[in-house]
Design a protein around this ligand. Structure first.
Ligand code: BGC
Ligand code: CA
Length: 328
């Protein structure tokens, strides 16, 4: 049971290794998401159920594809986290459903001194800067060398800033509606944190804790992806916890728990015609063969009847002149 009036429906097939990074594109009525370990981007046109996938050819800095964000005003162009790189990929709506494409341009490659690191979650702030963090290689979900990653901010002029070091497993990422607070999750700290945010400069400061997963009894849950609804409440995917939780960041209380039909819930985003559907991704990593058989592990879900709405996710804004030069 997901809760009274709440309905959970599977909308895309199970079997993704790490389904992640859901992002709703209203113009096209489509949900973007990725399968990190297979290096794939997915597009699910929810009205017609057409489901496309694209494999992006790696360029030497790792073959994972950890996030996909549309480039604003360029409907076929996407920014992706490809291994340790951030790159731009072109993907036409008329392309066949499953094929391979080369990156159009690699924007930045980071952490050459730790070649097995990779990017993880990435999201845009309300000015269209792209924030993305890295992590070391895992031997199992959440089992990895600690504090080897960083958080990066890719500015609108395509310059890259490293904004924080000693990150273990970069996740979460959401901004408050007044643009003054940045919410962030380092999964290995089992904590949802807030920072003051300066939207003018993109600078963060004054880190504080919103929810300590262990202290509130969320165990073995690992906090993973996060989004914000129109009330300013946070929705957090609980890996190993078979649920999504809703947190009021002002009271720091958990308001709701939505039970999901599989254990490893990875990320969330609001979408649908009026942003009232919560799309949820999942992973089949770290489950026993029986669990993989019995659960819709790695599937994507639509949760309706929550009685709340989200807002449009921000897209990557790039200065047109800079973009023209980059694309050549
Ligand atoms: C990562 C996975 C990790 C999981 C744990 C995800 O964001 O991509 O590799 O196992 O978080 O919460
Ligand atoms: Ca994630």
């Amino acid at each position: 049971m997901a809760g009274e009036g709440v309905h959970v429906q599977q909308v895309a097939s199970k079997g993704l290794i790490i389904g992640e990074g859901p992002h709703w594109v209203m113009d096209r009525c489509c949900l973007l998401f990725v399968d990190i370990m297979r290096g794939e981007m997915h597009r699910l046109f929810t009205d017609t159920r057409r489901h496309q996938k694209l494999h992006v050819e790696p360029e030497g800095a790792g073959d994972s594809l950890s996030f996909v964000v549309p480039v604003k005003n360029h409907p076929d162009l996407y920014a992706v986290g490809l291994g340790r790189s951030v790159a731009l990929v072109e993907w036409l709506e008329t392309d066949p459903d499953a094929h391979t494409r080369k990156v159009k341009v690699t924007l930045h490659t980071v952490e050459s001194d730790t070649p097995t690191n990779r990017f993880n979650d990435g999201k845009c702030d309300p000015r269209g800067r792209l924030w993305a963090g890295t992590m070391a290689q895992e031997s199992a979900p959440g089992v990895l060398p600690k504090e080897k990653g960083h958080i990066f901010c890719l500015n609108n002029d395509l310059t890259l800033d490293c904004t924080m070091d000693k990150i273990s497993l970069s996740n979460g990422l959401a901004w408050s509606h007044d643009k003054k607070t940045f919410y962030y999750i380092d999964s290995m700290a089992y904590s949802v944190d807030a920072f003051d945010y300066d939207i003018g400069t993109g600078k963060i400061g004054n880190r504080r804790q919103v929810v300590d997963f262990k202290a509130v009894g969320l165990d073995p849950d690992i906090p993973d992806g996060m989004c914000i609804d129109s009330n300013g409440d946070l929705w957090v995917a609980c890996f190993y916890g078979a649920k999504v939780i809703c947190i009021d960041p002002t009271t720091r209380k958990i308001k709701r728990k939505i039970t999901m039909p599989t254990k490893n819930i990875t990320s969330v985003c609001f979408g649908g015609h009026d942003y009232s559907t919560l799309y949820v991704t999942s992973s089949s990593l770290g489950l026993t063969p029986e669990e993989v058989k019995e659960q819709p592990a790695g599937a994507t879900f639509a949760v309706t009847g929550l009685g709340v709405k989200g807002i449009a996710p921000d897209e990557f804004v790039v200065d047109e002149e800079v973009l023209k030069r980059k694309l050549g």
